[in-house]
Design a binder for this molecule. Structure first.
Ligand SMILES: *[C@@H]1O[C@H](CO)[C@@H](O)[C@H](O)[C@H]1NC(C)=O
Ligand SMILES: *[C@@H]1O[C@H](CO)[C@@H](O)[C@H](O)[C@H]1NC(C)=O
Ligand SMILES: *[C@@H]1O[C@H](CO)[C@@H](O)[C@H](O)[C@H]1NC(C)=O
Ligand SMILES: *[C@@H]1O[C@H](CO)[C@@H](O)[C@H](O)[C@H]1NC(C)=O
Length: 590
């Protein structure tokens, strides 16, 4: 009896030991790049703990707060470019009711079946902070979301007070958190649609993720006579006057004076040329975030927003660093390339296993902040380096070589670089992306100390390149109307197949749609995600039942925008991102 008990404990300990060893072995194993499986568990923060939503109930237990996502037995529309499979995005369908009902869509109708909410009373910062507290063991910094002012004009003697970023000791520490920053301005007139959209983003990103994301509204106060940084009274008055009650506790204000004070040697502080200055400062003053998403208010996500961000982040983390610059210049067109792994292989073949390796050194940045390559040449790395590392930059469009563009109006806007126009630069328009604190700090430093500047769309990709930071352009699915043939689209954006592209330099794609777009607007301005395209608006109008689409019924004979479908008397949208969908026009001048 005694012996068998002892034997039992010994056996138990042995089993435990071998399990531990196995687990350790798994941790120790370097992540391998498997082109057929890009799923990498990005971050072992532990399980997300459910949080309360705007109805005061826990989101995992509340039907009224839920999205009604369906997998329908109808063919899913094939994207013009990108792929749900590559991103591991679910092929869900939703009606506008199922998508936005939880956030007040159609709440005025008698048929509204969810519990109604008094939205003005919802405290979005408080909900985010409760969620963060419930999950606090998963983060290294749980500074709360708050509208208390942190931005300060640049103090004198700042150079002495704030140390220069150096590699690698002073690299920012990891906190496990990402900010989603939505850009507004003082005359923005929030409509019902904007509120519903923002509520969906806060709930699905911040609350469903157990606090991994925090949502902020970053508001440009263009009226300089408000002088918001002169004293707290001015700031608080502006906050009260400009930001609607429901969004006030997640709002952060800035003005041109703040940007001018920090970046006196940069030629412009205008959002058209320097959209990231406010974001650089956000990252500087809110160091509890490893990454910051910069999104505009005219974006819509027809599927679960938080899951969409997770998919982009997981894809980008699963990418190797080798040939990242080259891959980021290609649009994946499945009928032409096959899977993303196929595209990756053919890019590798076109580069004979080479490509950009580590930073692209320029004299102005002699000490890059990125990690040093583990082997001297790319040929020695079997796509292992960087797999599992979060990307420093997730671009939401393909990237191109600035110096070779023919009609980009800001091409020659480059200041204080020793080699001037010969400085290699890259741009990934439009300027919406996720960037790491390290990347934003690098730009902040260079602008504040040296006035080094390139235009918005070129800022993050160029600094990422010069510092050897990780870049990714995930092949998220997008659609076109009218649709081009896959071959035409491939020529327009990629200029052909890897290895047979006229004008290609450094293994990057070279399509007129990126390098000489103006003559091709008819074909480029047709996408569900582009800087200018009427298609996203048409989709939202038909889906939401706006204007001529009010009270649509199955079979009433009208043809829906091509990605939507009639099914059991309702209009359904697949899972995709849309931009632009306007409720307000952006100011053209400040
Ligand atoms: C700008 O702000 C000042 C000071 O608060 C105010 O008097 C003025 O009406 C504002 N101008 C506009 C155009 O809103
Ligand atoms: C990349 O290309 C090199 C040179 O052609 C080749 O040796 C290597 O096997 C390729 N790697 C992959 C993963 O296709
Ligand atoms: C852009 O092309 C030029 C000329 O081919 C090259 O020197 C430069 O390095 C390229 N820039 C990038 C970012 O690859
Ligand atoms: C290649 O570049 C030159 C000059 O930049 C341009 O005139 C020509 O149209 C380009 N060719 C193609 C196929 O894009």
């Amino acid at each position: 009896m005694l012996i068998s008990r002892r034997l039992g404990s010994i056996l138990f300990i042995l089993v435990l030991l071998s399990l531990l060893l196995l687990a350790f072995d798994r941790i120790r194993q370097p992540a391998r790049f498997d082109p057929n499986n890009n799923h990498v568990p990005t971050w072992t923060r532990g399980k997300r703990i459910a949080c309360r939503g705007p109805r005061g109930r826990f989101l995992d237990k509340s039907r009224d707060d839920r999205l009604w996502e369906e997998i329908l037995d109808i063919p899913y529309p094939e994207p013009a470019a990108g792929s749900h499979e590559a991103l591991k995005l679910r092929k869900t369908w939703m009606t506008a009711d199922g998508r936005y009902g939880a956030y007040g869509y159609n709440e005025g109708k008698e048929s509204y079946s969810r519990k109604r909410v008094n939205w003005e009373k919802v405290e979005w910062a408080k909900l985010q902070n409760e969620c963060l507290q419930r999950n606090r063991h998963r983060f290294f910094d749980v500074a709360p979301v708050s509208s208390d002012r942190r931005f300060e004009l640049r103090p004198s003697m700042w150079k002495e007070k704030i140390p220069l970023l150096k590699q690698p000791a002073e690299r920012p520490r990891v906190t496990g958190r990402t900010a989603v920053v939505l850009r507004g301005w003082d005359s923005f007139d929030f409509t019902e649609e904007d509120y519903i959209n923002l509520r969906s983003m806060i709930v699905e990103a911040a609350l469903v993720s157990g606090g991994e994301y925090s949502v902020y509204l970053l508001v440009h106060v263009r009226n300089k006579s408000r002088d918001i940084f002169a004293n707290d009274v001015n700031y608080d008055e502006a906050l009260q006057d400009i930001v609607p009650a429901e969004l006030r506790d997640i709002a952060v204000l800035f003005d041109d004076r703040l940007l001018e004070s920090w970046y006196p040697d940069v030629e412009s502080h205008h959002p058209n040329l320097q959209i990231y200055q406010a974001l650089q400062l956000f990252s500087h003053f809110y160091p509890e975030y490893d990454h910051v998403w910069n999104l505009e208010l005219d974006t819509r996500f027809t599927g679960h927003f938080g899951h969409y961000l997770d998919a982009l982040s997981n894809f980008a983390a699963s990418e190797p660093r080798k040939q990242a610059k080259e891959r980021a210049s290609f649009f994946l067109i499945p009928p032409i390339h096959g899977t993303y792994a196929d595209l990756t292989r053919s890019i590798n073949t076109s580069l004979s296993g080479g490509g950009q390796w580590g930073p692209l050194l320029i004299p102005d940045i002699p000490h890059p902040l990125g990690p040093e390559p583990p082997v001297p040449t790319p040929e020695e790395d079997d796509f292992v380096w960087g797999v599992g590392d979060p990307a420093d930059l997730i671009a939401m469009n393909a990237c191109a070589n600035v110096t070779r563009t023919e009609d980009w109006v800001y091409r020659d806007w480059v200041f204080r670089f020793r080699n001037g126009l010969a400085t290699p630069r890259m741009f990934c328009p439009p300027a919406m992306s996720r960037s790491s604190r390290l990347l934003l700090s690098a730009v902040h430093d260079a602008q504040a100390r040296l006035g080094l500047s390139v235009p918005s769309e070129a800022t993050l990709p160029s600094f990422a390149l010069w510092h050897g930071l990780k870049l990714s352009f995930p092949p998220y699915p997008w659609y076109q109307s009218p649709a081009s043939s896959p071959a035409d689209l491939n020529n327009l954006f990629n200029g052909g197949l890897p290895g047979s592209i006229a004008n290609a330099s450094e293994g990057m794609a070279y399509g007129e749609g990126m390098y000489n777009a103006r003559p091709h607007y008819k074909q480029t301005n047709t996408a569900t995600w582009w800087w200018s395209s009427p298609f996203p608006q048409r989709i939202i109008d038909a889906w939401w039942g706006k204007g001529k689409w009010e009270d649509v019924r199955d079979g009433d004979g009208r043809e829906l925008p091509s990605v939507l479908r009639w099914h059991v008397g309702r209009v359904w949208a697949p899972n995709l991102a849309l931009h632009p969908v306007k409720t307000n026009r952006a100011p053209t001048n400040s």
